[in-house]
Design a protein around this ligand. Structure first.
Ligand SMILES: [Zn+2]
Length: 164
């Protein structure tokens, strides 16, 4: 880099882009917004110090995370990227609860089918008896769990609304 066209950082800071400019490999002149964000949130000299403390092979990753954090901080000045992390953590715990409900339902269905196996002759005796297939317990369980599901999806919608 260097040479004729200065990197995005040196262009913004109005200084000469030297041959071994620390920003040049990560902030090309065709993407000025990338450095502008990082400079606005962290400050150019802090970014320079952070990069200098790292070995070359880790600098590109560090720049990626600085850019991500700077963008999150601009979008959400209070929580920054912590907002995204806690939103995803909430989603994980909601999905884990939904999974637990589904597993409980499976268990409930399995337990109701097990005692029915030795009593199959009843089916022949009462072929029209539909209560064999839909016991009341099962009906009650599904209706209560679906209202729980509705509650979850409502909460999730409000969370999405908060985030966007
Ligand atoms: Zn430069």
């Amino acid at each position: 880099m260097g040479g004729n066209s200065p990197c995005a950082s040196c262009k913004l800071l109005r200084r000469r882009c030297v041959k071994d400019c620390i920003f040049a490999p990560y902030f090309p002149s065709d993407d000025p917004q990338k450095f502008a964000m990082v400079h606005k949130v962290f400050g150019a000299s802090n970014v320079s110090k952070m990069l200098q403390e790292l070995p070359d092979h880790q600098r590109a990753d560090a720049v990626s995370s600085l850019v991500y954090e700077a963008n999150a901080r601009v979008r959400d000045p209070v929580y920054g990227c912590v907002g995204a992390i806690s939103y995803l953590q909430n989603q994980v715990s909601q999905l884990q609860m939904q999974l637990a409900v589904a597993q409980a339902e499976i268990l409930c269905i399995q337990m109701q089918q097990e005692p029915a196996l030795p009593t199959t002759p009843q089916l022949v005796d009462h072929p029209d008896d539909k209560s064999f297939f839909l016991p009341h317990q099962y009906l009650n369980f599904t209706s209560s769990s679906s209202s729980v599901m509705q509650e979850y999806s409502l909460k999730r919608e409000s969370l999405i609304a908060d985030w966007s």
